[in-house]
Design a protein around this ligand. Structure first.
Ligand SMILES: [Zn+2]
Length: 452
């Protein structure tokens, strides 16, 4: 068995791992690079393996940094199955076409601005390409062994994190290679804790929060007081949230805080067509998350769902206190940008971040105190209060991951630490070596290792 790292080395995006067993090539995760330009441009560089040479693709979960490269591989000639849990398949049906649509929008914008190398600028893939890719999804339930190729099986184990997210066990009859994917926290508000792993001869693990510990403060209380303060100053609260998972969690917490009279009864808007669709998927998979049918119903009756562009524009012009939840969560695109343009210049308003902010995104600049940020080519001054609540993150912190790994009784022969900024990945590798006594290191991009 051979493993090659095709992404997510020294960064949190672009997850892609190529596993070669005899003449079979399996790609585990198929993610887009996101965030700073240097990484986004890497989406355009060819992979060291041709799409048609791949025998199988396996996805850990639906986030675009794990699934968003798929339409491109299908466009380039991959014709096989894409194995993913049923929840992941459902979420991909929402996320991938939207990603294609955004690629087309970016290409149009580049043409308008005249800054693309291509003439006319070409999208990485289109919405239509993404829809074609969906036909290759092969829903594969958690907990069962799936023989994806003769003699090669995979099994998905619940990883918490988001609906459908899995750790992947890949077994060739000799070696058990395990990919953690993104690991949720044990105390997540809407997802169950990640299931323990039993065996991993080799382990590829994430390290998003590898150098951090979630603050033990009461995040809900802090959120409630930030909202109450803003409302009494007559301001609007904007909560940028990932459409899938975080938006539903935020609405659930707001609903509880409102019911307990811990925040004023302000109007609450969800302005993200994708988040609205994702909320519908949550309704269909009740046994896979902590939100009951009653919880979902209460969220529905509290929330104003903003669907059309006209409604979205009208909401941005509105000036009375309210709470707006909108995507994307790192303010890298989407409707949240229109709200930021209106909300940031006014000191009465606040912007509350509830998820991981990747390096180079507007979200990261805002939480690090930027005095102004660029939106649609325009400098927008930041006078609103900016708060970062990492207590709501969908990722386990370094201590939580290490305790979760303790269920593996025989030490893996090698641990590869990926999916973290350089310092986070290095800190995670050190912690795994120090506290578990395992061999752990951070691999290089395109590095190949033989596992035997
Ligand atoms: Zn993720």
């Amino acid at each position: 068995m051979e493993l090659q790292f095709l992404g997510a080395t020294g960064t949190v995006t672009g997850s892609k791992y190529l596993v070669t067993i005899d003449d079979k090539k399996i790609l585990v995760d198929c993610g887009l690079y996101q965030g700073v330009k240097h990484y986004r441009q890497m989406n355009r560089q060819p992979l060291p393996v041709k799409a048609e040479e791949l025998s199988a693709i396996v996805l850990t979960h639906a986030h675009l940094d794990h699934s968003g490269y798929l339409p491109l591989l299908i466009k380039q000639g991959y014709s096989g199955a894409v194995y993913a849990t049923p929840g992941t398949c459902e979420l991909c049906k929402i996320l991938l076409p939207d990603s294609g649509f955004l690629q087309e929008e970016d290409a149009k914008y580049a043409k308008y601005k005249g800054y693309s190398k291509h003439n006319p600028p070409l999208p990485l893939y289109t919405e239509e390409d993404a829809r074609r890719a969906l036909k290759h999804l092969w829903p594969s339930p958690f907990g069962e062994f799936h023989e994806i190729l003769p003699g090669i099986t995979i099994r998905f184990r619940p990883a918490g994190h988001i609906l459908g997210a899995a750790c992947v066990e890949l077994f060739d009859g000799h070696e058990m290679l395990v990919f953690t994917g993104d690991v949720g926290r044990p105390d997540d508000v809407i997802m169950y804790p990640p299931e323990s792993l039993k065996r991993a001869d080799y382990l590829v693990m994430e390290s998003t929060y590898g150098d951090r510990t979630h603050l033990s403060m009461d995040a809900e209380e802090a959120l409630a007081s930030a909202i109450t303060e803003t409302a009494s100053a007559g301001g609007t609260v904007l909560i940028p949230a990932f459409a899938v998972g975080r938006a539903q969690m935020v609405l659930h917490i707001l609903e509880k805080l409102r019911a307990d009279n811990r925040i004023p009864k302000l109007p609450i808007y969800l302005n993200s067509p994708m988040a609205i669709k994702a909320t519908e998927v949550f309704h269909r998979f009740h046994e896979k998350h902590r939100l009951t049918e009653d919880d979902c119903r209460r969220i529905d009756s509290m929330t104003h769902y903003v669907r059309t562009i006209e409604e979205s524009k009208a909401l941005a012009d509105q000036s009375f206190p309210g709470i707006i939840v909108s995507a994307s969560g790192m303010a890298s695109g989407g409707r949240v940008l229109h709200h930021l343009k209106h909300i940031l210049p006014n000191h009465r308003n606040s912007v509350l971040f509830v998820g991981y902010q990747a390096m180079g995104t507007r979200g990261e600049k805002l939480v690090n105190g930027a005095a102004s940020i660029k939106i649609h080519g325009q400098d927008v001054p930041v006078r609103a209060k900016i708060r970062d609540f990492d207590g709501f993150s969908a990722h386990a912190d370094s201590g939580q991951i290490v305790s979760w790994l303790k269920s593996i009784k025989t030490p893996p022969r090698q641990v590869f630490v990926t999916h973290g900024e350089e310092s986070a990945a290095a800190a995670m590798a050190e912690k795994v070596s120090a506290e578990l006594g395992w061999n752990a290191r951070v691999p290089e991009l395109l590095e190949k290792v033989t596992l035997k």
